[in-house]
Design a protein around this ligand. Structure first.
Ligand code: ADP
Ligand code: MG
Ligand code: MG
Length: 437
């Protein structure tokens, strides 16, 4: 195997692993590596451990550094997209016809532009996710899975994983309420810097929120300076009134993280459009290095729009579905389609506009690494695992000036190599931390 050996192989004794798991659980508890349960997502009395790996996973240092360097490019790219209404309109034109949810988001974007954007400041918190391929002679290459622009999670909990790994081994490393501890860690950090945080739902905003004549946003008598969306990225998270609340927040002077343009920039259809020849050049005129840095991590991405190009992609998928992932325009894991199901789904929508609601992506097949996963505190046996490295990026634009554009840490998620899909919240992936090799 042209890959670095896994730590769990150093400790083959099962009794020893159980011992380590006990210590790791105590440490996970102390460090707040927790989640509420699916059964009682709103109860602070019923808690369990967030899924995490017993050992950190080996990640090639060169790959990590490349992904880190790229983050500023991706921050800039997302920010440029948010300001390019012509591009967004064109990129999303086909999706809007078939996807009611995205059409409504786009309508909010359009209305916000029409009225003139009220806040000169915009904040982006994005996460770009990668897997890595091991080629001939152990050369690894980084491939992007997707980038996320709204409700980017995991950063809170991920910050605690190294502490748990360190105390294991000396020499090394809604319902949204279920993931509340990820958010609480961020809230605590803000409070510790004397920044007051309030938590509100769409319903609270539509019932009790309003804008004053200067478009300042108020709720329960308090002015809101910044709206941080940890919700609202799926159609089932909206009832009719919530769309009015969203429009009100977007049209307010409050800074949005993300603003509606950045939310739209994170849609998978946009990722596919960016892979077309000439599109990155449009966003980075005069910076061919940035273009090639970004393009080097793109896997094959294909449009299924009606027409020749889409027909060709369709033929490729039917001919060898195992080489591809079929992706709808949804977030949160567990929505993608694999293998023979790709043929089933595509044969149903082949002749209609419906097929444009998907994109087709080359399937990335990373080299598995062995690790142990603890799920709800129960130690599972050593298994072949696949890593997905998420890189956080943060930017602030004030007027036309990018006043901040930084790499902001990582999230390493690890899952059994047999699982095709699924994130932390979908109960498949576990939190992990990298040890750079
Ligand atoms: P979501 O926005 O729902 O997280 P993703 O595009 O990240 O959607 O897909 C969910 C999961 O599916 C990923 O975490 C990864 O495990 C798997 N996946 C997605 N695209 C690919 C791909 N091209 N090759 C291999 N696995 C993939
Ligand atoms: Mg996503
Ligand atoms: Mg994802």
């Amino acid at each position: 195997m042209a890959y670095h050996s896994a730590l769990c192989d150093i400790l083959v004794d099962e009794a020893q692993l159980e011992q380590f798991a006990l210590v790791a659980k105590d440490s996970a508890f102390r460090h707040g590596l927790l989640m509420r349960t699916k059964e009682d997502p709103n109860s602070p009395e019923v808690l369990s451990y967030a899924p995490f790996t017993l050992f950190p996973s080996p990640i090639p240092k060169s790959i990590y550094e490349q992904a880190k360097l790229l983050q500023r490019d991706f921050n800039l790219l997302v920010e440029k997209i948010t300001q390019d209404s012509k591009f967004l309109e064109q990129a999303l034109a086909s999706i809007i016809k078939v996807d009611h949810f995205i059409a409504r988001l786009f309508e909010i974007y359009r209305k916000t532009l029409q009225k003139g954007i009220s806040s000169p400041i915009t904040i982006g918190l994005i996460r770009s996710d990668y897997m890595f391929l091991c080629g001939e002679e152990g050369v690894t290459s980084l491939k992007q899975i997707e980038f996320n622009t709204i409700s980017v999670g995991g950063g809170g909990l991920a910050s605690q994983v190294p502490a748990v790994h360190r105390s294991i081994i000396m020499f090394l490393v809604e319902d949204i309420q279920m993931n509340i501890y990820d958010q609480r860690l961020i809230e605590n950090e803000l409070w510790s810097r004397n920044i007051p945080v309030i938590r509100r739902r769409f319903e609270d905003i539509s019932k009790r929120g309003h804008l004053d004549e200067e478009k300042r946003l108020f709720i329960d008598g308090q002015e809101v300076g910044l709206v941080y969306y940890r919700y609202g990225y799926l159609p089932q998270q909206y009832i009719e009134k919530d769309w009015e609340a969203l429009l009100m927040m977007e049209q307010s002077r409050a800074v949005k993280c993300p603003n509606i343009g950045a939310h739209l920039a994170g849609i998978k259809k946009v990722q596919q459009e960016l892979a077309r020849p000439g599109v990155l050049e449009h966003f980075f005129p005069g910076d061919p290095e940035a273009v090639s840095r970004i393009r080097s991590v793109f896997a094959g991405l294909y449009s299924l729009d009606l027409g020749n190009e889409g027909d060709q992609a369709l033929d490729m998928a039917f001919a060898d579905p195992d080489q591809f992932v079929l992706k709808p325009q949804r977030e949160g894991g567990g929505n993608n389609i694999y293998g023979d199901d790709i043929c089933h789904v595509l044969s149903k929508v082949e002749q209609s506009l419906e097929r444009t609601a998907f994109i087709l992506m080359e399937k990335i097949r990373p080299q598995p690494v062995r690790n142990c996963i603890l799920r709800r505190g129960t130690l599972l046996k050593i298994q072949p695992c696949i890593n997905e490295l998420g890189m956080f990026g943060v930017y602030v634009r004030h007027g036309t000036e990018m006043t901040l554009n930084e790499f902001a840490g990582h999230l390493l998620r690890t899952k059994n190599s047999e699982h095709n899909d699924g994130g932390l919240m979908a109960g498949v992936a576990a939190l992990d931390s990298p040890y750079l090799v």
